[in-house]
Design a protein around this ligand. Structure first.
Ligand code: MN
Length: 718
C-alpha cells in the first residue's frame, strides 16, 4: 500500500507547500482512515488504499493541495457515514464542494442504470463547469478503479470497462490528457475483450527485444543527421498502445505481423523552429510518403495537441512514422488541461478562453437534454476527437468531428440555417446534404423557407448540436400531428357513441372531466390520444360513469364495429348474379375487401355470406351451396379492417403510424398501442378502406416505416 509520505514527497517536489497545507493533507488522511476503518476493497486490501492511490495519481498530475486532500476524502460521503456538513466543518467549503461533486448519484431510487449513469454524469459536468478540478479527480478515481477492476465480478467488470471506453477515456482525450486516456483505453480493452487483448499484448512484448537493434540504429541515424544540421533534440521510439493497435487492425489499416505499423519514433526539441528544421533533416535522410505530413503545430487539434507527423520510407524500404514536437508541446500532449490550469485565474470554465475550456463548455451545454439515453449519446458524440477543418465562404476556419455533413455545418452557424438548409455546395460544386466534409473544403449552404428537417437527417448528422435541434423540431412537429390525429379520433369515437364534440366542448362538464383525467388543456388530451397514451373511452367513463363504466373489451369492440358497418354497407357492395335484393353479409372469418376475389355461400335462411375466394372456412362447406358473386364497381363505400402492427415501442411511433395511414386517405376508426412483454409495441388499427389496392398500399407503406417489424391484417380467425 502506498504511504502518505510518498504522496507528500511528490507534492513537495513540484510545489512549495506551507505547513497549513501539510496539516490538511494529514488531517484528511486521518479522517479518511477513521471513517473507512473496517471497510475493505473487493481485492481484500483495506479501503484506505484506494483514496491513497487516487491522491497519488493526482500528485502525478501535479495538482494543488485541495485536489490531493479531496483525493483522500472523495469516497467518504458516498461510502461512509460522513456528511457534507461535517466535511465542510472540518475542511472548509472548497473541499466540501469538491468531495460532494465527485460523489456519485447513487441514492435515486427506482431509476434504470442508464438514468443513474446520465444523472451522475450530468452532475459531474455541471460541477466541472464551476471547478475544473472535479473532472480531474473523477478521472484519477476511475483510473485507480480500472487498475483494480480484476477483483470485480465479470458482469460489473464488463459494464465499467465499456463505460470507461465510451466515456471516460474519450473525456481524458478531449481534455488532452494522453497518458490517462491511453491507460484507460488499454485497461478497458483488457477487461472488455480479454482474448484479443492477450493476443496483441503477447505479440507486442515478444517483438520488443527483437527490434531493439533496428530501433537503436534508426535513433542513431536521426541523431547523427540532427548533429550535422546543428539541431538539439531527443530521439526516442515506442510501440503504439495496445488498444490503438487493436482498433487500427480492426479497420484493416495495419497488421500485427508488420512491425513498422506498430512502431513510432518521436523527436522532442526545445523550440518550434527546431521542429521544422528536424522535419527537413528527416526528409533529407529518407523520402517522405506523399500525403502523410500533418502539421498540427500550425493547426492544433481540438484538445490543444501539437506536433508534426510524417511518414518516410526508411533504410530497409520500410514505412516509418515520426512525430516531432517541442518539450512544451509534449507536456501539453501528456497532461493536457492539468498542465496549465493552475496558471489561470480561478477554476471556473467561464474564465478560460482555452480550446479545452470551450470543449468542456460544449459538454455543459448538453445539460438540458432530458432523455437519459439521448443525453449519454450526445455526450459520447461531443467527445469524438477526430476532426476535419473546413472553410466558410468568408474564409473562416471551422472544426467538425470526422463524418460531419453540410447539415452539421449549417446548424453550427445558426439553428435557423440548419432547420431550413436546402442545398449545399462544397468548393462551388453541388453536393448531397449527407456529403462527408473533408479538411480543406469550402462549404456554402443555401436555405429555403419551405425546407424543414426530416427524420433521415438524424441518420447522417454527427454533431450533437445538429442532432438536438433536429430532434426538437421533429418533436414539435410530432406533437402537432398527434394533436390533429387525436382530435380526429376523439371526434369520430364520440360520434360513434352519439356525441358531438363541438357541442360537448361548450359544456363545463367536458373541461371538468378532462381535469379529472389530469389534462388541463383539451390539446393535451388530443395529443395523448394521438400518441396512444389516453383513450376516448376514459373520457366517456368520466363524463357518463353510469353509461360507460363497463366498456367492452378491445377485441369485442373491433368485432362489433366490423359487424355494424358490414351489415349497413354490404348490401350495395356486392352483386350476386341472377339474384336481386337478396340479404348479403360479409363473412367475419375473412372480412373481404372490394377488389379481392370473392365467392358467395348460400346459407339456410340467412341469405348469402361473402367470403374471400380462398377462405379456409369455405372448404368446410357444401360445394353445392357456393355461388358466384362480384364486387359492385359503382360502390364507393368503405370497408372496416383491423390491422395489427408490431413495432418498436418508442415515443411518437403511434403518431408516425397514424400519419402514414391518414396520408393515404384511409379513415382511422380507432388506434391503440400497447407494450408487450418483450418491450415491442403492438399497434391495433381499425381503418376503413375503399378496396384491396388501397389496403395493400397501406400495408406496404406501414412496412416501410422505420421501426415497424410486421403488419398483419386481423380477421376473426387470426
Ligand atoms: Mn473512489
Amino acid at each position: 500500500m502506498i504511504r502518505l509520505n510518498d504522496i507528500i514527497d511528490k507534492v513537495t517536489s513540484y510545489s512549495d507547500i506551507a505547513n497549513d497545507d501539510l496539516d490538511s493533507i494529514k488531517k484528511a488522511y486521518v479522517y479518511s482512515a477513521k471513517v473507512h476503518s473496517g471497510q475493505k476493497r473487493v481485492s481484500g486490501e483495506p479501503y484506505l488504499s484506494h483514496p491513497l492511490e487516487v491522491s497519488s495519481i493526482l500528485a502525478n498530475m501535479k495538482l494543488d493541495v485541495p485536489s490531493i486532500v479531496t483525493g483522500l476524502l472523495h469516497d467518504t460521503i458516498e461510502d461512509t457515514l460522513a456528511t457534507r456538513e461535517e466535511i465542510e466543518r472540518i475542511f472548509g467549503n472548497e473541499i466540501a464542494f469538491l468531495v460532494d461533486a465527485t460523489t456519485k448519484i447513487s441514492l435515486l431510487p427506482y431509476v434504470s442504470d442508464v438514468e443513474k449513469q446520465a444523472e451522475s454524469f450530468r452532475k459531474l459536468i455541471l460541477a466541472t463547469a464551476e471547478d475544473i478540478r472535479v473532472v480531474l479527480i473523477k478521472l484519477a478515481d476511475r483510473l485507480h478503479n480500472m487498475r483494480t477492476l480484476e477483483y470485480l465480478t465479470e458482469e460489473r467488470r464488463r459494464r465499467i470497462a465499456i463505460e470507461t471506453m465510451e466515456i471516460y477515456a474519450p473525456l481524458a482525450h478531449r481534455l488532452g490528457m494522453n497518458w490517462i486516456s491511453v491507460e484507460l483505453e488499454d485497461l478497458a480493452f483488457k477487461f472488455s475483450k480479454p482474448s484479443e487483448y492477450e493476443r496483441i499484448s503477447k505479440n507486442v512484448s515478444a517483438k520488443k527485444k527483437d527490434w531493439e537493434k533496428y530501433t537503436a540504429e534508426i535513433v542513431s541515424l536521426i541523431t547523427a543527421k540532427m548533429e550535422e544540421f546543428e539541431i538539439c533534440g531527443d530521439v526516442s521510439w515506442r510501440f503504439k498502445h495496445l488498444y490503438g493497435i487493436y482498433s487500427k487492425m480492426k479497420k484493416g489499416n495495419i497488421s500485427l505481423s508488420n512491425i513498422y505499423d506498430i512502431l513510432g519514433f518521436r523527436i522532442v526539441t526545445a523550440t518550434e523552429n527546431e521542429c521544422y528544421q528536424v522535419l527537413g533533416a528527416v526528409h533529407s535522410l529518407w523520402k517522405p510518403i506523399p500525403g502523410t505530413i500533418k502539421d498540427y503545430i500550425a493547426l492544433p487539434k481540438a484538445n490543444n495537441y501539437q506536433s508534426i507527423h510524417t511518414a518516410v520510407i526508411g533504410p530497409f524500404g520500410e514505412q516509418m512514422e515520426i512525430q516531432i514536437r517541442t518539450e512544451k508541446m509534449h507536456r501539453i500532449a501528456e497532461y493536457g488541461v492539468a498542465a496549465h490550469w493552475r496558471y489561470k485565474q480561478g477554476n471556473s470554465l467561464e474564465n478560460g478562453n482555452d480550446k479545452i475550456y470551450s470543449n468542456l463548455r460544449h459538454l455543459v451545454e448538453l445539460k438540458d437534454i432530458k432523455d437519459s439515453t439521448e443525453y449519454i449519446e450526445a455526450i459520447k458524440g461531443e467527445l469524438i476527437l477526430d476532426v476535419v477543418y473546413v472553410y466558410t465562404p468568408n474564409a473562416d476556419l471551422l472544426e467538425f468531428p470526422v463524418g460531419s455533413t453540410p447539415v452539421d455545418f449549417a446548424y453550427s452557424i445558426h439553428t435557423d440555417i440548419g432547420n431550413h438548409c436546402s442545398q449545399a455546395f462544397v468548393n462551388h460544386k453541388l453536393v448531397p446534404l449527407n456529403y462527408k466534409l473533408k479538411t480543406g473544403d469550402m462549404v456554402e449552404v443555401m436555405t429555403s423557407r419551405n425546407r424543414v428537417p426530416n427524420r433521415q437527417w438524424l441518420d447522417f448528422v454527427v454533431t450533437s448540436k445538429a442532432k438536438n435541434r433536429i430532434r426538437s423540431w421533429l418533436r414539435k412537429e410530432e406533437n402537432c400531428k398527434a394533436e390533429q390525429i387525436g382530435e380526429a379520433i376523439t371526434q369520430r369515437k364520440l360520434a360513434a357513441k352519439g356525441f358531438n364534440l363541438r357541442h360537448l366542448r361548450e359544456k363545463k362538464r367536458f373541461e371538468e372531466s378532462l381535469a379529472k383525467l389530469q389534462f388541463s388543456e383539451v390539446n393535451d388530451f388530443y395529443r395523448a390520444v394521438g400518441f396512444g397514451n389516453a383513450s376516448v373511452n376514459d373520457l366517456l367513463k368520466v363524463m357518463h360513469p353510469r353509461k360507460f363504466a363497463e366498456v367492452a373489451e378491445k377485441s369485442k369492440r373491433i368485432k362489433s364495429i366490423i359487424n355494424r358497418i358490414s351489415k349497413d354497407e354490404s348490401k350495395d357492395a356486392v352483386l350476386v348474379k341472377k339474384y336481386d335484393n337478396i340479404l348479403i353479409k360479409f363473412a367475419k372469418c375473412c372480412n373481404p375487401v372490394p377488389g379481392e376475389r370473392i365467392i358467395g355461400f348460400i346459407t339456410r335462411g340467412r341469405g348469402i355470406t361473402v367470403h374471400v375466394y380462398n377462405c379456409p372456412k369455405l372448404l368446410e362447406v357444401d360445394p353445392e351451396r357456393r355461388i358466384d358473386v362480384a364486387w359492385n364497381d359503382d360502390y364507393s363505400g368503405r370497408i372496416p379492417i383491423s390491422l395489427s402492427v408490431r413495432c418498436e415501442n418508442r415515443k411518437g411511433m403511434l403518431s408516425e403510424l397514424t400519419s402514414a395511414v391518414s396520408g393515404l386517405n384511409v379513415d382511422i376508426v380507432s388506434a391503440d398501442i400497447s407494450k408487450d412483454e418483450i418491450g415491442q409495441g403492438d399497434a391495433k388499427f381499425e381503418v376503413a378502406v375503399e378496396n384491396i389496392k388501397q389496403l395493400e398500399k397501406l400495408v406496404e407503406s406501414l412496412k416501410n416505416l422505420g421501426g415497424v417489424i410486421s403488419v398483419e391484417r386481423l380477421t376473426c380467425t387470426s
